[in-house]
Design a protein around this ligand. Structure first.
Ligand SMILES: C[S@@+](CC[C@H](N)C(=O)[O-])C[C@H]1O[C@@H](n2cnc3c(N)ncnc32)[C@H](O)[C@@H]1O
Length: 299
């Protein structure tokens, strides 16, 4: 399938820790499951092929475009595909008249579809307007944030969401540059960051800044906290929650959430240490290299 002139090989996301995650998620093959971050449907298809004919899957995402592709790739009566933010899963289940589910998977972050489609404004090389919205009907984009936030606020976001030690320098450069003219594209922002801190290590100098702005645009940490909390309320006893995270800020929040709920007697931690992809998987899919899988079971 060709999508908007882009090779489908590029935009179909390679699911990470696929078998490991699905094997740990499914405790009852006749149960109801939620894929809270469906993307282009990698984990959803594996869940469907593992479930019995009585099993059901609710596949959600906040990105409509991803769901259009998933609905073209998967045709299965047992699956419902719905646009939703995962922080609204209680509301969604209410609407569907479903009280509890047997398992939920969160595969956080961005899909290849979002990263590789230049017009979505997520990647360093994009000549398109800064955007970075997962849900393109949602309010402010990266353009508004970069061109309107104060220097202090930008610096704080880049520091806390990007864990970038040169946040002050970068924020200052953004302000100086935008005084001349608005910062329009991803490429422009990336070159401002390069100009400000230069090349230092192996990763692109703008990686942490882009991560920070993307998290702010999509309110990712707040949504994650709400989504995890909601999942505790909708999981059956014995049901599992599987979370794949891709950077330390996400993983820290997941780890704290699991520990707190274990203390409260609501969750048993199944993965004492988080699972990571092996060398072979990393070789086949570079994007998987930072993945961490944590799994908890509702008590
Ligand atoms: C890493 S991709 C998932 C890939 C998917 N597991 C697959 O195998 O194709 C993450 C997806 O989560 C979605 N997402 C991120 N935050 C979300 C939220 N708060 N609510 C719903 N979907 C979200 C993104 O739009 C993206 O499509």
């Amino acid at each position: 399938m060709d999508y908007k002139g882009i090779d489908s090989e590029e935009i179909i996301h390679k699911p990470v820790l696929l078998e490991e995650t699905v094997n740990l998620l499914i405790t009852d093959k006749k149960g109801i499951y939620i894929d809270a971050t469906t993307g282009t449907g990698g984990h959803s298809s594996m869940i469907l092929s593992t479930l019995d004919k009585e099993g059901r899957l609710i596949s959600i995402d906040r990105d409509e475009e991803a769901l259009i592709i998933t609905s073209k790739r998967i045709n299965d009566q047992r699956q419902m595909i719905m646009k939703s933010n995962f922080s609204d899963i209680s509301l969604l289940l209410n609407k569907l008249n479903i009280e509890q589910v047997d398992g939920i998977i969160f595969d956080l972050g961005l899909s290849m579809l979002q990263l590789k489609n230049n017009y979505r404004g997520f990647s360093f090389n994009s000549d398109e307007r800064l955007d970075m919205r997962m849900d393109r009907n949602q309010g402010q984009s990266a353009y508004e944030i970069i061109n309107s936030y104060s220097e202090d606020r930008l610096s704080e976001i880049i520091k806390s969401y990007g864990e970038e030690r040169f946040s002050k320098k970068i924020a200052h450069s953004i302000i100086i540059n935008r005084k001349r003219q608005p910062i329009n594209t991803c490429k422009e922002l990336a070159s401002i960051v390069i100009g400000s801190i230069g090349y230092r290590g192996k990763i692109h100098p703008a990686t942490k800044t882009f991560q920070a702005i993307r998290i702010e645009v999509n309110n990712e940490i707040k949504e994650l906290k709400k989504g995890l909390l909601a999942s505790i309320n909708v999981l059956k006893k014995g049901g599992r929650i599987c979370v794949l995270s891709y950077h330390s800020l996400e993983d820290r929040n997941v780890k704290i959430f699991f520990k707190e709920n274990q203390k409260k007697g609501l969750l048993k931690i199944i993965t004492k240490k988080p699972l990571s992809p092996n060398q072979q998987e990393i070789k086949n899919n570079r994007a998987s290299r930072s993945a961490k899988l944590r799994v908890g079971e509702r008590l």
